[in-house]
Design a protein around this ligand. Sequence first.
Ligand code: SF4
Length: 474
Amino acid sequence: MIKCNDHRPNDKCGVVGVTSTESCSMYIYFALRALQHRGQESAGIVTYDNVIHYKRGMGLVHEIFDEALIKNLRGTCGIGHVRYSTQGSSSLDNAQPVVASSSLADISLGHNGEIVNAAHLREKYQKAGWAFFTDSDSEIIIRMLVNEIKLCNGDVVNALKKLAKNLVGSYSITIQVGSNIYAIRDPMGIKPLCIGKLPTGFIVASESVALDSIGAAFIRDVEPGEIIELTTANLRSDRLVEERGQVAHCMFEFVYFARPDSVLDGRVVYDVRKNIGRIIAKESPVEADYVVPIPDSGMSVALGYSEESDIPFAEGLMKNRYIGRTFIMPVHHMRELNVSLKMNPLKTLVKDKRVILVDDSIVRGTTIRRIVQSVRQAGAKEVHVRIGSPPIISPCYLGIDMKTRDQFVAKPQEDQEKPYERVAKIITADSLAHISIDGLVEAIGLPKDSLCLGCLTEEYPVPIENEKMRSESC
Ligand code: SF4
């Protein structure tokens, strides 16, 4: 299957946890629908009313759940998850939340992120006689948590502190233990997580749009390294690790993954993307007749570029929002058509015009190349490309599906004289420019040393075998 976003990286997952004096399942369902952009492979909801009720399935949230199913998920607390696999294969076995029973409690857990030392932990516990049933890192986390809760005589907060000592990587996790909901965010705050107030309880979720979707009031972001414990009446905070160290929010959440109407770590994503557009317009101006976004990801960046450059914004590419999933096209001609099925240039607009195409990122370059060609075939005189992230040159080990250096069209070459010109030729554009790293940092508006820029700089915030650490050069 060609994934819908085959030209750009895929996240990751979305997590939700709800406590409510009334049934919580409908809240979780709508919150997951608001987070659907974070994962479309599988989804699941677990609720608790003295026993665990759960449903997981492959596909989109609305394809898995109907009203009757949601009503059957009884209980006043629960968690939900949407998944795109970064570790572990795409199968129902790996769908989340993952569930475990122990003599002390029924536990379920939903994870967004990636545990860098998962293979080491798996090997260690397998040697100790543990059997694992899936290949996902989330199963390792829940098994370790169950073990720690036993060792801590049922003290979940202490168990979470001990668990965190052994996890390296990115994790925003919601956990149901009996009738309590816990949420933890890794000490560097790599993945987002926020808290909201419902009239009947509380919600924690990956993005604030999930809160908006169910009428919850935003309280604040979960701090890096924080433990949140929710009951229907109270919210309690503790620390996974006492010391607050360096943080490393994933820059890609701002550039592409999060919804533009979300607020992440104090920054409105839409504003960040417009800033990005304004800054590229200043850094890499070019004369043209129209600024055309590649929908939907290039929309806010293109608006910013247009405002700064005074070049009119125009919807010159129309996206078919109903194409859904596509199959591997059997013949080359059909594969080429695949882009046109999803994205079609407005011929009357682009004919004989100089067009600036704007998108968020380039990974392989294959899709942008086809889009450039289709705009040219529609009669455009010149096609320039402006990209809202600096070139991606290095893999992500922290929760994003970009695993090998070879896949990046911008991977450093021996002759690095004019890297943009080389890639511009590959994608058949008249010119290509990315925002600079400093420009991106300015657009996000957070200090450079509070961001993860690993896939742009090859310097990561946590130790990764054969890679440099950020602290080595900061
Ligand atoms: S390496 Fe890139 S994509 Fe991965 S967490 Fe860091 S900034 Fe985000």
